[in-house]
Design a protein around this ligand. Structure first.
Ligand code: ZN
Length: 301
């Protein structure tokens, strides 16, 4: 076991003073952060795909013949838990070859710098998110810019840009980037397949489609072209139209991830994650929230 990993695993079980931690693992303090970072035992979602995140923020692992792909790194303080979860599955963080980012907010990208340092993996994100990840600073056109000024996250040393529709291949698995801006300017939804002898299932790691502005940001802003509501509406339509047998959202409660895992534990003969309507329902819920936000903005102005 390498020394850095030893200290990580110790940190997972005993609270370490922030001064003892490397800079990219110093905890971010936010209202819901402690609840989000509650531990969550890892589990298989389907075939090659596992949940290794914490209770309130998703991190998903894809196992391939040529190594591992990790989607998102959660909070900086989630890193020792994610490392321990990968280990509990009999796998090793050293075998992570790619870390793919959904969107550049502290609760999904905050752990990526440390996970890249530990694994040596490549990090991939949209061309728009790349400079955000490399600085840890939100751009002024991010809907949470006003709140985000105090929520910088550890900058990521090297980020590879992926274009909309571009793929990343590792072993037998191909992961496709679908740009889904709106919650952030550079958000990406990622898709891949899990195949057995009988058939392949389409898996969607759905980025946030939440109209969640802070401060003065307005989704119905006549001064912005294109209008942020139009941008988000288009991304919602992109997710609704995806080939989708399994959906996992970046915050697990939006797609009932743990209820499905519990159903699988109770009845292993069926897989509750298989639901051809799940992406459409996720998109419908996002539409409802956007409509409510537009109503709130209209009544406030
Ligand atoms: Zn976010």
């Amino acid at each position: 076991m390498i020394p850095a990993l030893t200290s990580l695993l110790l940190a997972a079980t005993s609270p370490a003073a922030a001064a003892d931690l490397p800079p990219d693992q110093i905890p971010i303090d936010c209202g819901p952060c402690a609840g989000w970072n509650r531990d969550q035992a890892p589990f298989r979602i389907i075939g090659n795909t596992y949940y290794v995140g914490v209770h309130g923020v998703s991190s998903v692992l894809i196992k391939t013949r040529a190594g591992l792909i990790l989607l998102d790194g959660d909070l900086p303080q989630s890193v020792p838990l994610i490392v321990a979860h990968i280990r509990a599955l009999g796998l090793h963080v050293n075998d992570v070859r790619w870390i793919l980012s959904s969107h550049a907010h502290f609760d999904h990208a905050g752990g990526i710098a440390a996970l890249q340092r530990l694994s040596g993996a490549n990090v991939a994100a949209s061309t728009v998110a790349m400079p955000v990840l490399q600085t840890g600073l939100l751009p002024a056109d991010d809907p949470q810019y006003d709140a985000g000024k105090g929520q910088r996250f550890p900058p990521i040393a090297h980020v590879s840009p992926v274009l909309d529709g571009e793929t990343i291949r590792l072993g037998e698995v191909t992961v496709t980037a679908h740009y889904t801006p709106g919650h952030t300017p550079g958000g990406v939804t990622w898709t891949w397949q899990s195949c057995d002898n009988l058939r392949c299932q389409d898996i969607v790691y759905a980025d946030s489609l939440n109209a969640a502005p802070s401060g003065r940001f307005r989704f119905d802003d006549p001064a912005r072209h294109p209008n942020p509501a139009t941008v988000l509406r288009h991304s919602i339509a992109v997710v609704r139209a995806l080939r989708c047998d399994v959906v996992i959202s970046v915050h697990p409660e939006f797609t009932d991830v743990f209820a499905k895992a519990a159903a699988n534990a109770a009845d292993p003969a069926k897989n509750a994650f298989l639901d051809a309507t799940a992406c459409r329902r996720y998109a419908d819920d996002a539409d409802t929230r956007l409509n409510a936000e537009l109503q709130r903005e209209a009544s406030a102005h």
